[in-house]
Ligand binder design. Sequence first.
Ligand SMILES: C[S@@+](CC[C@H](N)C(=O)[O-])C[C@H]1O[C@@H](n2cnc3c(N)ncnc32)[C@H](O)[C@@H]1O
Length: 278
Amino acid sequence: MKTELSIYKKEAWNKVSELYGDDWLKNGISFICCNEMVKKSIPPNVNGHIKILDNACGPGSLPLNLIEYLSQKENVTFTIDACDHASKMIEKLDRNLCSKSIPNGSIKSHVMDGQNLEFPDETFDYVFSMFGLVFFPSIDKGLQSMNRVLKSGGTIGISTWAYGGFIQSFFEGYRDAVGHEWDGEEIVKLSTEGEVIEAMERNGFTDIKTSTYITPMVDKSVEELYYSYIEAPMFQSILGGVPEDKAMLFEKLVIEKLHLLKQKRQLVNESIIAIGKK
Ligand SMILES: C[S@@+](CC[C@H](N)C(=O)[O-])C[C@H]1O[C@@H](n2cnc3c(N)ncnc32)[C@H](O)[C@@H]1O
């Protein structure tokens, strides 16, 4: 029987919500990329009332950055709707943000499937999905839903994980432990700039600009990195494909590969940021 990937399970995301501590929300990779996204997508001279959607918001890396950026602007008022299918992510976001007093804006959270957004057509000026859409069972459904709720002329911003160094070590560990390349369902989606552009154009977006963004991994030992990342749904999905009697070997091989990578250069994560228009 085919088992459902962990990346598609709400329970898996609920489970990891507690791993996103305060540290992650200040210095984590997604926080740094969200900062970059906000600066790249919202012009410094923006004004008027703007409506923003964060689809698959997790504990709030993007809303935190949006609030920081927009609350300094005198001629802007804003609303943020933040949604996620995992109720525990939303609880975490509410604890972190919804009680925050924001002088010129407000934020509302929703437990919602990002592929079936429950907002009227053409509601938002900006729609974002940071490292979220890539985990939806259907990328097209997610992008179509975001396209529907975005105003004509509005801006979309998404970020994805590139298939490279750190992530690749887990797939190579799988190959060497199991004896063949990963042949299960696609886990790392939209992992090249070309794929991102193609998917966005296919779903009605234009004028797409992409960039690859390199973030150093936090200063932890390789073993600590392995044991924290292996809890994340993406890596649980890979581990789920390893036969039980090969699990220890898989762990050993991935850790060895991460050590080798670290010897060659600092461990980094590569992500792709894409911004487009409707
Ligand atoms: C890697 S986290 C990213 C969270 C946040 N955007 C960030 O950058 O820190 C992926 C998020 O996508 C959410 N997610 C996955 N599939 C989803 C779906 N079908 N609908 C809504 N949210 C989903 C997960 O619950 C999780 O919070």
